[in-house]
Design a protein around this ligand. Structure first.
Ligand SMILES: C[S@@+](CC[C@H](N)C(=O)[O-])C[C@H]1O[C@@H](n2cnc3c(N)ncnc32)[C@H](O)[C@@H]1O
Length: 487
């Protein structure tokens, strides 16, 4: 009965991918970038640093972003605060960050702050614990539904076919989190032996804690072989290796690279337009020993990347902006990916939230499914920024003429074209009422837009569709032609 009611409720709802909503979930957790209660469509909903106020007013293109405001406080730049000798309750990471600022005799860039906060080997946000899911800080698409990893598996297998079914392929995932996407991909592909037998899975993960969780998730066993030991995932009998960076993955074999919510964790530099031109936003220690933002008094090394990004954008786009974010690490990673694909063959799939133009001011902090202040208790909240897909395109095209870049298209279009609607229909054929609910909510979160129209539960738990906020882009070797479903 419930199922019929739900079907009726959703029967006429058309999705952004052109399909109608089937009646189909997941725990009602907040996605990293939005939920009904955490959406940041208005600046009032984002906590701001209490240490800042407007330096200059400039029109800003990104309407969904809050207007960041900053004091140009040169006393903080030139007169490091006196240090008290009272015992400090600062965390190890806070002490470390303050130590860098003191040692340098001046503030650090937002990018350096972000990198330390996320990946400092001792106390970085990702390094020592599981931050995903209901008990963690945020949830991602692979954790929402198995269908996400399965559909990425369909994409990888289609690309492998277009590559001429090579006998050996590196299947590389960048920033695999709990390993859920890869587990669902391998489980779904395990029937296709020719494909899975060609694979060597490479997990690029900086966090030792997450590497352990991934090992368990992939049901890995360590085997003795003539050349020593190797680790094999029992999900599809594929060898698995771990690396801290993409450069460490052996080359010379075609690669299929997956980066889901990886680019958004790469450190961004933030710039603000001031009367003397573009100034980099920096993190400093205020007199009361808290962190605060200041503007650089002179050009910083990252200004070179700002100049490059502005050149790609053109004057008209830049003239509208008062703030700009640039991500040199994303540019460099894209170059590494494009060079590898150009020389070894294969392709990369990048899925993330972001936009296909310059990103203005998007850096956000999330703790326990709520937006918090970026400077508050660093290391206890996730920091992430919108991905600049146009910059990825330029970086790839500039470094190699042998790769082509496709998209971005919306996640809804991507998953729809790969057949998620058939998959959800199949999964709901033989399931319990509870599984049905879970599948329906998860499906909506992956491909829907806004609040689920069929929802009858509490308002603060309504599933929010992310189908148009997440974008998918592919970089492939031109020899492979246009990848599915970017035709
Ligand atoms: C936002 S999580 C995404 C996890 C996963 N892809 C998902 O969608 O559930 C970012 C992942 O990238 C990893 N990571 C972040 N920065 C990294 C870096 N510089 N090198 C390697 N891994 C990194 C984190 O440890 C984490 O596994």
């Amino acid at each position: 009965m419930l199922r019929r009611l739900l079907l009726q409720a959703s029967a006429t709802r058309r999705l952004p991918n052109g399909y109608f909503v089937p009646p189909y979930s997941a725990p009602l957790l907040h996605n990293r970038s939005v939920s009904s209660s955490t959406s940041y469509s208005s600046s009032s909903q984002i906590p701001h640093s209490p240490f800042v106020e407007h330096a200059e007013n400039h029109p800003d293109q990104t309407t969904t972003q809050p207007t960041t405001s900053i004091t140009i406080d040169r006393s903080g730049l030139y007169n490091p605060p006196e240090h008290s000798h009272e015992p400090s309750s600062d965390s190890e990471l806070v002490k470390h960050l303050k130590g860098i600022i003191k040692f340098r005799g001046g503030p650090i860039s937002v990018a350096e702050y972000m990198e330390e906060v996320l990946t400092n080997p001792k106390a970085g946000f990702y390094m020592n614990r599981d931050v995903f899911g209901a008990g963690g800080d945020f949830i991602t698409s692979p954790e929402v539904s198995q269908m996400f990893g399965e559909m990425v598996g369909v994409w990888a297998m289609s690309l492998w076919e277009q590559m001429g079914q090579p006998a050996r392929v590196n299947l590389i995932e960048l920033g695999p989190g709990r390993g859920t996407l890869m587990a669902d991909l391998l489980r779904g592909a395990s029937k296709f032996k020719n494909f899975t037998e060609s694979l060597h899975v490479h997990m690029v993960e900086c966090s030792p804690a997450l590497q352990k969780i991934q090992h368990q998730k992939l049901e890995c066993v360590d085997e003795d072989v003539t050349a020593g030991k190797r680790t094999v995932s029992m999900l599809a009998k594929t060898p698995v290796s771990w690396h801290a960076a993409l450069e460490q993955v052996p080359s010379g074999v075609p690669s299929i690279i997956i980066a889901h919510e990886f680019y958004d964790a790469l450190p961004v530099h933030q710039f603000q337009r001031a009367s003397r031109g573009w100034c980099e936003k920096m993190v400093d220690v205020a007199e009361d020993s808290t962190f605060r933002f200041v503007l650089s008094s002179q050009p910083t090394p990252a200004t070179l990347y700002l100049a490059k990004r502005c050149k790609w954008a053109g004057n008209e786009e830049i003239a509208k902006l008062g703030h700009i974010e640039v991500c040199p690490k994303a540019m460099e990673l894209t170059e590494t990916i494009a060079e590898r694909i150009a020389s070894d063959g294969g392709g990369a799939l990048i899925i993330d939230y972001g936009q296909n133009r310059v990103v203005s001011d998007s850096l956000q902090a999330i703790r326990k499914h709520k937006f918090v202040n970026i400077l508050d208790d660093p290391g206890s909240a996730d920091l992430s920024a919108y991905v600049d897909f146009a910059s990825i395109r330029h970086s790839a095209e500039e470094v190699s003429g042998e790769v082509s870049v496709h998209g971005p298209i919306t996640q809804s279009q991507f998953l729809g074209a790969l057949g998620i609607n058939f998959r959800v229909e199949a999964l709901t054929q033989n399931c319990t009422e509870e599984q049905f609910e879970s599948l329906r909510n998860g499906y909506w979160q992956l491909v829907g837009e806004g609040e689920a129209p069929f929802w009858e539960g509490p308002d603060d738990k309504v599933p929010i569709g992310m189908g148009t906020r997440y974008l998918a882009m592919a970089i492939v070797n031109k020899k492979q032609g246009v990848p599915v479903p970017f035709e």
